[in-house]
Design a protein around this ligand. Sequence first.
Ligand SMILES: Cc1ncc(COP(=O)(O)O)c(C=O)c1O
Length: 409
Amino acid sequence: MSLVDRDRDVLWHPYTQMLTTPAPLAITHAEGVWLYTEDGRRILDGISSWWVNIHGHAHPKLNAALAAQADELEHVIFAGCTHRPAVELAERLIEILPKGLARVFYSDNGSTAVEVAIKLAVQYWRNLGEPDRRTFITLHNAYHGDTVGAMSASEESIFTRAFSNFLFPVERAGGLEDIERCLQTHSVAAVLIEPMLQGAGGMIVWPGEFVAGVRRLCDRYGTLMIADEVLTGFGRTGKMFACEHAAITPDIICLSKALTAGYLPLGVTATTASVYDAFLSDDRAKTFFHGHSYTANPLACAVALASLDLFRDEQVLERVARLERQLRDGFEPLRALGDVRAIGGVAAVELVSDKPGYLDGIGPRLAAAFLERGLLLRPLGNVVYFMPPYCITESETIWALEQIAAVLR
Ligand SMILES: Cc1ncc(COP(=O)(O)O)c(C=O)c1O
């Protein structure tokens, strides 16, 4: 029996209507930007395997770092123990993160990185004697993950509808004026945004001035700013972190996805000394009681360190800048079909549609057409985006852009 047949009998895939969705691709191995299937096809990974892969699949240096770490220490409990990869990674992150972020809390994926940020903000105010500060301001079209807190912070959508009775209320804003109005009328724990680029909400690009404006408002009204850089961190918007476009430091930043270059799940929630200090007390109730079995997994930390070495040694951000120029040129002619947006290593076209949104049936039809040409894309409804690993070559990019244009034509 093929893998696909065996899969059909026992598996349940994420974001997948198992009754109607076509059979999955059975991937046997991968290298660089290419995925190889059981039935002998070669397919370009045009979505960086759900936005995580940046240096390419099966990278020799990342593979070596992983293998070496496995020989040394695969995992150990992180409450009461520590280890070199966790310490070194925290040191290296603090060096490169926006200035002022000084403490690293590990978890194990993007949703938990956000969940930790939300819980930190709530308990921060409680520890300071302001437990009524519990409103979160988030943005329309936000997506912060699939756990209950992260879902609450996300835009109401088909993803969250079934759970709406179980989510906590948040104030949703469309811009700086809305945010300021909420800050004037509510006791706000934090403003949570995806800086520069809202991903799952439709690849919406924001100006740096908006991010700077959020920081200014949080300062003026004395509340916390949380930057969810789960998607944007590690170069995706052309800077190492999207907050750099606005030259600001959030009080809390969430990282995951490309943190380990697409190898292993790892989440980071980093914060300032002043947030951290609010948890220091003789009173044990002020402790941050949160953790996961795989917190600070050494294998994941070791690969993350090797990925940072690649950024340092191979001018990866220049590679992203080149990719951005190519994506902008390649998507420009698609303006005839809808709104075109690009930033760093991602470009998108929002096709004019009668039924815009995630459920626009054109998405799966387009995905099938791209796949037929050897390109793996997963349009968000009527938003077609291309987000390849940064290591994609110029000629591979040209080829992919040709396939996108041909299918959309
Ligand atoms: C901005 C943002 N935050 C959080 C998440 C959740 O990350 P994970 O899928 O690792 O739970 C995502 C995932 O797409 C994301 O794009």
